[in-house]
Design a protein around this ligand. Sequence first.
Ligand SMILES: NC(=O)c1ccc[n+]([C@@H]2O[C@H](COP(=O)([O-])OP(=O)(O)OC[C@H]3O[C@@H](n4cnc5c(N)ncnc54)[C@H](O)[C@@H]3O)[C@@H](O)[C@H]2O)c1
Length: 271
Amino acid sequence: MAKDLFDLSGRAALVTGGAGILGRGFCQGLADFGAKVAVVDIRQEAAAELAEELTRSTGNAAIGLAADITNPDSVAEMAAKAEEALGPITILHNNAAGKSSDLLAFFAPFEEYSLDQWREIMSVNVDGMMLVAQAVGGRMIRNGQGGSIIQTSSIYGLVGPDARIYEGSEYMGVAINTPAVYSTSKAAVIGLTRWLATSWAKHGIRVNTLTPGGNESGQNDTFKNLYSSRVPMGRMGQPSEMVGALIYLASEASSYTTGQNIVCDGGWTAW
Ligand SMILES: NC(=O)c1ccc[n+]([C@@H]2O[C@H](COP(=O)([O-])OP(=O)(O)OC[C@H]3O[C@@H](n4cnc5c(N)ncnc54)[C@H](O)[C@@H]3O)[C@@H](O)[C@H]2O)c1
């Protein structure tokens, strides 16, 4: 039956940034469709708590694993532990992205942007994604069962930001924007997806990008209104609205789809 195409029963999935705003919904969605889930995050406690919650709500095995995806040893150890606990991973959601601890540096004008700040974000959003694809994808190749890799980009990897939506919006007292390093890192995700898709098709591994638009997560009304006025559908997304695309890409429903990008943005990039 066609609906069985979405069934993930018995499959083992690994989600980086699994304890984050979108990650939590992604992990829950994979578990709801039957997958055993490794919740990977630099925040150990949050990952462990979510894994317990997944097992409680679905009865499926789940494990929370701490890893810093910028560190190759940490990534290798995490990939080994995930496989030991759940069996061969056949779904990888490369989803983590970094936030800066120094908001003034993160939101600084491009003309004054520091190379250290640039590298800090690139090390998570691009280097980290490469390291996880290498470690977990490498295991997929060795295990010979194929798999599906999904990598999270952003609308800002596709189009430049519209500065007008940030007028009057602050985060912890600092005027916000979308810095060039974020756009650049998210465009790189799409390049990595296409490279891996064409290189690993021979191993039965499909690789696709999932591109969310702005999701509602506690932003102030000024920002929400300005953002929404720029969206054809007239509102921000909800994290639950990103999950369907992930299940499609993770499952056999997308068995002839690789190297593509599914954009869930309420139409932001359509005009
Ligand atoms: N939320 C949105 O509106 C939105 C929009 C477009 C794209 N995205 C993308 O979706 C993905 C998830 O975003 P989110 O909103 O859930 O972000 P988030 O900050 O809530 O979650 C990111 C998670 O990654 C973890 N992380 C950060 N650095 C890490 C590291 N070095 N090693 C391991 N884990 C690390 C964090 O602890 C956090 O739990 C990101 O790739 C982001 O760029 C989000």
